[in-house]
Design a protein around this ligand. Structure first.
Ligand code: ZN
Length: 683
């Protein structure tokens, strides 16, 4: 240790030594692609060290890891070391609005840039006379690993820049960017990795880092790496006035820049952007873990300068972590509405993104293998906003040999029936006892009572399970024959004194009301494979009566807008089953409507129109906007194409808006959307 540290209180020195060693160790693991702990945990250790040094400035020696960027390249690296032309810095983080406001007060400016922070791997590209000469990882900021051959197979990285009249290609350009793997590609990348005999990656960041460091560029190509530029280093023949101008030039030359970068002109606007993206983290096309705020002007940047590790003119606002590690205690299976048997992870409870998580779906056997998790593994769990928690992958380095593989059961855990795939080669296994498997029955009941079905508020999962378990309902056909007397056998719908309780009364009232619902809700409630609300609405609107629909030939049904042959055939074959028809008959006998009454149907103003809504609207939620389109006979699409009739653009719309403009589509604001809903025309 250094002298300044050795003169200190020994306890303080011990604390500093431990923290510094921990930071160095995890940083090395992080940059050399095998991190043991999630980023958020690292951030916490790093901040503890920073705080200790703030309280005792004598500890803040030049060798402290708080003064360093990244970590030296691995000694055993297969790549040559190369020196960056201009140093690559790291970014300082803030974690709340107070810290952000303090930073903004230290860096007053008329224009800030806000950029989404991608959690990937930094890369530096050197273009000489427009030709890609070299690509290097960040390393310790001065020296990185030469990964040029691998960078050449990343689609987003041009081999040659295209000059334009406004932006001639500069003699020299050092571009900095982030290389990452999209979450949607991660599963396949992990599968590929295991097929090649490697251990699965814990999360997309590790996968990106590991992928970029492969020896054979052909293997790198398969990993679907992407890049977004986030700065420039050395340059000749190019002197932009601001970061924003630089991005405009990079885009003109064919380099990937983010569509989410925005110029804002006040401290209030910066804070508003931070709040906006905290709510809309998952609306971007890629993963993000924070918002980077930069002073836009290069002359202001130069005046502010840098510390030893990070520029003073930029800060990363880190959002709360969505990934944590925990123990995978067991893998069990559940049986769903359609008999699908789904493995799920049972974990040591862990707090992430605002709630405690102890279970997560693993989808199917293939998915368990693809993720490469073993029972007993330490796993990375991700929970993103409203999205259900997901196990990303194992921290394979933490294995001690006691882990065991999950073996898929052969019998249904709910009814003991032998499980089988529905068709040969299906990834999903099912319990074939559709009619009376208690797990399937209670899931079907819960589903038909849901918002997209009969909307029976008093019938939830617990109630459904109770009605089946007690034998009050043999199956869903008996639902509308339910009486107060029958309910007395229930545990959920009775008082301790053995009378029907308030929920029970409500259930009976709900059922009475649900008899006169819209026809599409009845269709959805039958749990016919592929017949969800969208298809059901289209069918109900066209045929207006269930008997008419049942009599229609499959070809005719398939001709319905948004339906097609798969749904039509699924519909027809459902009605071939005797006990299925009995459900409809008993419901009809109990007074459930089988006709479209037509009273509440919205005018079909949008028939034949495909509409994309992007960004956030004031008066509609995402689902609300979709509902408004569907109920008027329109098609709500998630992606912009030439076939799109209208694109409704809300705040912070992003890449879909850009694409719509490129395709020359009709773009509407919210007022235009409301007009369109009412009249079917945007004029
Ligand atoms: Zn079963």
């Amino acid at each position: 240790m250094t002298e300044s540290v050795s003169n200190l209180d020994p306890e303080l020195r011990r604390q500093w030594d431990e923290l510094a060693a921990e930071v160095r160790r995890h940083r090395d693991l992080y940059y050399n692609a095998k991190p043991e702990i999630p980023d958020a945990d690292f951030d916490e250790i790093f901040r503890r060290l920073q705080r200790l040094e703030e309280e005792h400035p004598e500890l803040a020696v030049p060798e402290s890891p708080t003064m360093e960027v990244g970590a030296p390249a691995a000694v055993s690296s297969t790549f040559d070391n190369v020196e960056h032309l201009e140093r690559m810095m790291s970014l300082d983080n803030v974690f709340d609005e107070d810290e952000l406001t303090e930073w903004l007060a230290r860096t007053p400016s008329g224009t800030y840039l806000t950029e989404l922070k991608i959690d990937g791997l930094s890369l530096s590209l050197v273009y000489r006379d427009g030709v890609l000469e070299r690509a290097a990882t960040r390393g310790d900021g001065r020296v990185g690993e030469d990964v040029t051959a691998n960078a050449r197979v990343i689609d987003d990285i041009p081999h040659e820049l295209t000059g334009t009249e406004d932006y001639p290609v500069p003699a020299l350009l050092e571009v900095r960017g982030e290389v990452f793997i999209a979450l949607e590609d991660f599963g396949e990348v992990n599968e590929l990795r295991q097929a090649e005999g490697g251990k699965p990656f814990a999360n997309p960041r590790n996968a990106a880092a590991g992928s970029l460091r492969q020896k054979n560029p052909e293997d790198v190509r398969k990993r679907r790496l992407r890049m977004i530029s986030h700065g420039i280093g050395a340059r000749e023949g190019f002197s932009p006035a601001s970061q924003h101008d630089a991005y405009t030039a990079l885009a003109a030359w064919g380099l990937p820049v983010s569509p989410y970068t925005e110029q804002v002109h006040s401290v209030e606007e910066v804070v508003a952007k931070v709040r906006y993206w905290a709510e809309h983290r998952h609306d971007a096309d890629h993963e993000m873990d924070g918002l980077v705020v930069k002073v836009d002007s290069y002359s202001e940047q130069r005046a502010l300068g840098a510390t030893s590790r990070a520029p003073r003119w930029a800060i990363a606002y880190k959002y709360p972590p969505e990934e944590v590690t925990t123990k995978l205690v067991d893998i069990q299976v559940g049986v769903g509405r359609t008999g699908r048997v789904t493995p799920f992870a049972v974990m040591t409870p862990v707090f992430v993104a605002g709630s405690t998580v102890s279970m997560a779906t693993l989808h199917n056997q293939t998915e368990v293998q693809r993720k490469g998790v073993l029972i007993g593994d330490t796993v990375v769990v991700r929970k993103a906003g409203e999205i259900i928690p997901e196990v990303l992958g194992p921290v394979a380095e933490r294995r001690d040999g006691s882990e065991r593989a999950f073996i898929f059961p052969t019998l249904c855990p709910a009814c003991g029936t032998r499980l089988a795939p529905q068709k040969e080669g299906d990834a999903d296994w099912r319990c074939p006892n559709t009619r009376s498997c208690p797990a399937q029955l209670s899931s079907r009941l819960t589903y038909l009572a849901g918002r997209g079905g009969f909307d029976i508020e008093a019938l939830g999962e617990k109630g459904a399970q109770d009605l089946i378990r007690t034998g009050i309902l043999g199956d869903e056909s008996e639902l509308f024959d339910l009486t107060a007397e029958k309910l007395l056998a229930s545990k959920v719908y009775t008082t301790k004194a053995g009378k029907v309780n308030a929920s029970g009364e409500k259930l009976l009232a709900n059922l009475a009301e649900a008899r006169n619902t819209e026809l599409w809700r009845v269709l959805v409630s039958l749990s016919i494979r592929h017949v969800g609300p969208t298809a059901a609405r289209a069918l109900a609107a066209r045929y207006r009566s269930l008997p008419a629909l049942v009599d229609a030939p499959a070809e005719d049904i398939a001709d319905t807008d948004g339906v097609g042959m798969i749904i039509a055939e699924s519909f027809k074959s459902w009605f071939e089953v005797e006990w299925h028809r009995q459900i409809v008959d008993r419901w009809a006998a109990a007074g459930v409507t089988m006709e479209e009454t037509g009273g509440d149907v919205a005018a079909q103003t949008l028939e034949g129109l495909t509409i994309v809504v992007t960004g956030s609207l004031e008066g509609f939620t995402r689902d609300g906007a979709k509902e408004a389109i569907l109920s008027r006979g329109g098609k709500a699409s998630g992606s912009v194409s030439k076939k799109t009739d209208y694109v409704v653009v809300g705040e912070n719309a992003g890449s879909k808006e850009t694409k719509a403009r490129d395709l020359g589509l009709t773009i509407l604001d919210e007022a235009g959307f409301v007009r369109l809903l009412e009249t079917g025309s945007a004029d």
